[in-house]
Design a protein around this ligand. Sequence first.
Ligand SMILES: C[S@@+](CC[C@H](N)C(=O)[O-])C[C@H]1O[C@@H](n2cnc3c(N)ncnc32)[C@H](O)[C@@H]1O
Length: 267
Amino acid sequence: MKKTNKLNDYDTFVEKFKPKRTTDDCYTPPAVYEAIKGWAMKEFNIAPDRPIVRPFYPGGDFEHYNYPQGCVVIDNPPFSILAKIKRFYLERGIHFFLFAPSLTLFSSRVEELTHILTNSIITYENGAKVNTAFVTNLPSPNVFMTAPDLAQLIKEADAQRPKAELPALDFPANVITSARLNKIASLVSFEVPRTEARFVRTIGTARKGLYGGGLLISSARAAQAAQAAKTAQAAKTAQAAKTAKYELTPEEQAIVADLDKQRGILS
Ligand SMILES: C[S@@+](CC[C@H](N)C(=O)[O-])C[C@H]1O[C@@H](n2cnc3c(N)ncnc32)[C@H](O)[C@@H]1O
């Protein structure tokens, strides 16, 4: 019994030091936020004197936040309670333009809202990369819209982020690192016998260090490695091209026919 408590204490202790990577803890880089806010204000004709508020922050309580008259919430909320947030604002007539997870964008109150898709993978301050879309109750006739101009603005703002990545290294094909192998490991079988490999920590006259160490392999095996990389690339492309095909049921076709008729009446 005592042992279990100790373990739990230790787990709690370790947990505190783990960087949080859930979407609820994704902090928006300021340049990305400003780009999105600027686009939303223009696209939805938000008057410059309307207060823009951000009620979502650590320890925040959006249900008891002091919303100024006529304000617009433009913020990145915790995605796990997005349905509750939308309901709260819709019930109180508070305008919002919220970040939302792209994959589950059409999740609640769908037909009352406008959904904006840009296929933007935003890198948040905690390093998490999330395909992010947006949802708003600002006046618009559209239930959804794509926004290539917003995509471009986000891309430009994201590029301002200091990049932590290492410079790309161009190693000869005879050098194998685990990073290189991981690119093919789930797609292609490739083996090298011990007799055709030597462990090295550095390569070249500059004694460039190989992160995690590496192996020099024979030229014949290097040619096989290059071929394996090509096969893996082709498999990735083929995987990406695979799409499931679904047909509409007669009931769904009737809904579409109804919508077509409706459009005929309106235009
Ligand atoms: C995805 S983060 C975004 C933070 C910030 N809005 C931004 O754009 O960088 C969501 C934030 O909402 C906070 N949060 C969680 N529940 C909340 C609530 N009920 N009311 C207000 N904020 C909350 C989280 O602690 C977290 O800081």
